[in-house]
Design a protein around this ligand. Sequence first.
Ligand SMILES: Nc1ncnc2c1ncn2[C@@H]1O[C@H](COP(=O)(O)OP(=O)(O)OP(=O)(O)O)[C@@H](O)[C@H]1O
Ligand SMILES: [Mg+2]
Length: 292
Amino acid sequence: MTIEHLNIDHVSMVFETPAGPFTALENVNLKIDEGEYVSLIGHSGCGKSTVLNVVAGLLKATTGGVVLDGTEVDEPGPERAVVFQHHSLMPWLTAYENVELAVRQVFKGKKSKAEMREWIEYNLKLVHMEHAMDKLPGETSGGMKQRVGIARALSMQPKVLLMDEPFGALDALTRAHMQESLMEIQNELGNTVIMITHDVDEAVLLSDRIVMMTNGPAATIGEILDIKLERPRNRVELADSPEYNHYRAAVLKFLYERHQNPESDRGEDKPAQEESCSEDMSLRVVSNSAAA
Ligand SMILES: Nc1ncnc2c1ncn2[C@@H]1O[C@H](COP(=O)(O)OP(=O)(O)OP(=O)(O)O)[C@@H](O)[C@H]1O
Ligand SMILES: [Mg+2]
């Protein structure tokens, strides 16, 4: 029997608030294969970061849990590196030192001092920060800080890379460049990625699967779209591809027609129960009751 790689198993999350308990997530189920690139997409406040934080071990699910390679996740660990929605660099450390902190944690006793230096520089070069390695976070732009955060996560060679809107603060060109680098890096290292994004094109370009979440409260997985575009993917060529545009339209339709209004999720037309509307494009409709 093969052990599942990553299993988000019946995860529900209830937050205690002054106004009483608030159910953010209800019965989120997702199995992810090793090396898979999964994007989470959904409207603001639906619960994407909460899902990611449960996988990171930063939040404990109220019910259900997460199992990685046969071990239950109950705390953060270096095998699950996180790139946070808002940068989380140590303000008193330079870009180099911020990455060094993570590298020391993971490679202490395994790499020599010289090897560590080389590895830190290599990862900062990947995100084009070699010119600003000695700058403090306060001396760099939002996009630069985000890039250091990505370098820090990559430098840990995590089994699972968890990224919460990693390119949100980047200008369009840098963003495109980072997307290309990430595709190359992931192709080379084969790590599993869960990425939250609001950008439909980014999701289609990078993902093997796009997981679309319903609006909260009690958000869950509405649909999962398999992206069967060949790799390596080229954004310019894909722009004219009917397949690519079909996937894009499927995500837009989910977000802006079927789940535009949070109220619609609670109404009788709950789309999670519908039949697949695009069998040929592998648009899978997940019924959580069936998955349970
Ligand atoms: N610690 C908390 N206490 C109470 N409610 C919380 C807490 N954390 C998150 N929530 C609520 O849970 C819901 C999901 O929040 P979450 O941050 O996961 O959304 P999100 O999908 O990541 O949104 P965004 O796209 O804006 O980042 C929101 O309604 C939020 O207000
Ligand atoms: Mg969020």
